[in-house]
Ligand binder design. Structure first.
Ligand code: BEZ
Ligand code: FE
Length: 311
């Protein structure tokens, strides 16, 4: 047997755990690749990469991936790279339709908490957040250059510490959502720059309120590899109506999240698997406010860094 294991056969062989090989391929190959990692690799890189190699090799053996199939997958990855710009992250979209962003979001933010209440659930960032959204005063409106069609919404609520229930001062709520045509402003030359985006800061009472629109379901961009994957899997590209937030405050772990219109189409089959029960909201029709057709109450709960570290 060559020391790198590349010439092994599966005949009567055992793997590193002394278990009989369960496949008909070289049983020493994967361990040889893992063992090639040098002594200066960091412990985390060693752990993650060794695991990745193991799972990739197991995946290839289990499905007997051929060279042609591997090349087709590579071409999708390369095409995603070629399509990506500062306005479009196709690699992220591919991960999204495979549920990967939602999974790492869950892993990152899972808290092992002994509190009865929970911090607000997180949800994926998606590719359409923009840095430096305009700052607004409470009660202002993030809509510009769009004619209202009975979808004007007054959103309001409070941000509290999930453990103490106390209001949090100085919380930045960074909000963004699509226009009624289903497009974010950076996808749509007809919308003013930074339309339907804004940042609001809470005072002592932790309260916030602003005007926006009731969002609509929309398709994620499907003219690239993510769309090809959806098509191959006989899936649609739509997301249910939602509003995005990043909620941050000094001393608290920021949360990236979305709230979803409970009555929206696609609420049961979001193309990117981001919907969570605790993030479902109700748009309540109102007639009392001449500036709004709906009221949308929603409270956010944050965890301090200390509480968030108890995972
Ligand atoms: C979004 O909600 O903005 C989004 C999330 C994942 C993929 C595409 C769009
Ligand atoms: Fe979105």
């Amino acid at each position: 047997m060559a020391t790198n294991g590349l010439n092994g056969t599966a005949q009567g062989a055992v793997n590193g755990d002394s278990k009989p090989a369960t496949h008909r391929f070289n049983p020493h190959f994967t361990q040889a690749v893992i063992n090639a990692t040098g002594p200066k690799a960091s412990p985390r890189v060693r752990q993650v990469t060794s695991s990745l190699i193991q799972h990739l090799h197991d995946f290839a053996r289990e499905n007997e991936i051929t060279v042609d199939e591997w090349m087709a997958g590579l071409e999708l990855i390369n095409e995603a790279g070629r399509m990506s710009t500062d306005r479009r992250n196709e690699g992220q979209l591919v991960c999204d339709v495979l549920g990967f962003e939602s999974l790492v979001d869950e892993i990152t933010y899972k808290l092992a908490s002994d509190a009865t209440d929970e911090p607000t659930s997180t949800a994926i960032l998606g590719p359409f957040w923009r840095v430096d959204a305009p700052k607004f005063q409470m009660g202002e409106c993030i809509v510009s250059g769009i004619e209202s069609k009975g979808d004007r919404t007054w959103m309001h609520g409070k941000v509290t510490d999930f453990r103490t229930g106390e209001p949090i001062e100085g919380v930045c709520l960074d909000v963004w959502h699509t226009a009624p045509n289903g497009l974010y402003e950076q996808q749509d030359p007809d919308q003013p720059d930074m339309n339907l985006r804004g940042r609001f800061t809470t005072g002592k009472d932790g309260k916030y309120n602003f005007y926006c629109l009731r969002p609509v379901p929309y398709p994620i961009p499907f003219d690239g590899p993510a769309g090809k994957i959806l098509q191959a899997l006989d899936r649609h590209p739509f997301r249910p109506a939602h509003i995005h937030f990043i909620i941050s405050a000094p001393g608290y772990k920021p949360i990236v999240t979305q709230i979803f219109d409970r009555n929206s189409k696609y609420i049961e089959d979001d193309a990117v698997f981001a919907v969570k029960d605790s993030l479902l909201v109700d748009f309540i029709p109102i007639t009392s406010d001449p500036k709004a057709d709906f009221e949308l109450p929603y409270d956010f709960r944050l965890a301090t860094f200390e509480d968030a570290a108890k995972r």
